[in-house]
Ligand binder design. Structure first.
Ligand SMILES: Nc1ncnc2c1ncn2[C@@H]1O[C@H](COP(=O)(O)OP(=O)(O)OP(=O)(O)O)[C@@H](O)[C@H]1O
Ligand SMILES: [Mg+2]
Length: 368
């Protein structure tokens, strides 16, 4: 799969841009703040329906403008599809594929998959479980629609149950009949979701291990441990047992919304004991494993977006990654770099078509 053309109006610092891309490597170069990451984010919007960096859609509308519009033309096995994502202040975001409106983002996810490697990936190691759950959920959802739909239903039931717990606290009465339908959903969907997460980790871990040892030449042994309340045989008991706590805290304390994924190296948590270099290698291995899994599940290569990758890596790892590019392990790749001479240095050595796209303050350089 590749993105042939991108058309932006009033998206972040782009007033108007119309860009044709190489099927292979696109190096987005320009000074700090010129709009390189914004362009990757526009592609992320087309794929996942939202920003990878900013959870407030309105802030992606260019300052002092009333709307943004992102239009991308993808090609999958010679078939073209045009995806549009636009937002006007005060209105709902509109998404369409070939001019057919998409009602729910869930209907888009997985159709035009991307894998993003970005500096803020570090949050996957340092932040709380929610960040990791989101990463795994988006990844699994790209190829497992029923997982995504179950997750949406689960989150809806969770919200309703928490609302009831708050009402009970406010009114000083408890109505078990009102809670029961939500308990049923949280237990049955929770079990399904937990089983899929667990099975996914079994498939995913060997892929991370493979990339980690290739990228870093390291001997450390990597581990990924899925932690879930559902792994205990007496889950229903512990769900019921936490009811008093739920009442006091006015939220549901047991279930897959509290799951976590622990990353380990030689038996110790990477978060606490991994060196900076080990953490960087681990994160790239994680994203390359994501690339492999999406490719296997979809039957075509997702687009790879690499934001400031050269800043993150030492020469050995850059060499390893460029070898992967050269061996056609990836399909279409977008790489941002604030230092054009550095990316040209690595890319010129490759026997593969690449294109430099120079960006200056939200505008493409003449001739682009
Ligand atoms: N809604 C918006 N309207 C106008 N400009 C915006 C908006 N949102 C972000 N920007 C501008 O976009 C620019 C940042 O763009 P971006 O993050 O793509 O830069 P970059 O080229 O990746 O830089 P770096 O090399 O530092 O990573 C900033 O100047 C910021 O002010
Ligand atoms: Mg950037």
């Amino acid at each position: 799969m590749h993105l042939e053309n991108l058309y932006l109006v009033n998206f972040k610092n782009y007033e108007l841009a119309n860009i044709d891309f190489s099927k292979y490597i696109n190096a987005l170069v320009g000074e700090n703040g010129s709009g390189k990451t914004n362009l990757l984010d526009a592609i992320h919007f087309l794929s996942i329906s939202k920003s990878a960096f900013n959870s407030v859609d309105n802030q992606c509308i260019r300052h002092n403008e009333s709307f943004y519009s992102i239009i991308g033309r993808f090609s999958i096995r010679e078939k073209q599809s045009t995806v549009s994502n636009s937002l006007t202040h005060g209105k709902r975001k509109k998404i369409s594929i070939d001019k057919n409106p998409i009602e729910k983002a869930a209907d888009l996810i997985g159709m035009f998959p991307v894998v993003l490697i970005a500096p803020n990936d570090h949050a996957l190691i340092t932040e709380g479980g929610e960040t990791r759950r989101k990463f795994f959920d988006v990844m699994i959802s790209q190829f497992n629609k029923s997982y995504l739909l179950n997750l949406i239903d689960y989150n809806h039931a969770l919200k309703q149950r928490n609302k009831l717990l708050k009402q009970f606290a406010e009114h000083g009465n408890i109505d078990h009949d009102l809670l029961e339908p939500y308990d049923k959903i949280l237990i049955s969907l929770g079990k399904d979701i937990s089983e899929i997460r667990c099975a996914f980790c079994d498939v995913f871990l060997p892929k991370i291990k493979k990339h980690y040892s290739y990228l870093s030449n390291a001997k450390e042994s990597i581990d990924l441990i899925y932690q879930s309340h559902f792994q205990k045989d007496d889950f229903q008991e512990s769900y019921k047992a936490s009811f008093q706590k739920d009442l006091v805290l006015q939220r549901t304390n047991t279930g897959i919304h509290r799951d976590d994924y622990v990353f380990k190296m030689d038996g110790f948590q990477i978060k606490k004991f991994g060196s900076q270099g080990q953490q960087k290698s681990f994160l790239i291995a994680l994203k390359l494993a994501q690339f492999d899994i999406v490719r296997e599940e979809k039957g075509f290569k997702p687009i790879l977006l690499m934001d400031d990758i050269f800043d993150k890596l030492d020469d050995f790892r850059i060499q390893k990654l460029t070898e992967m590019i050269e061996h056609h392990e990836f399909g279409q790749v977008f790489i941002t770099d604030a230092r054009p001479e550095r990316s040209s240095h690595f890319l010129e050595k490759l026997n593969i078509e690449w294109r430099a796209i120079t960006i200056d303050n939200g505008k493409l350089a003449a001739g682009e």
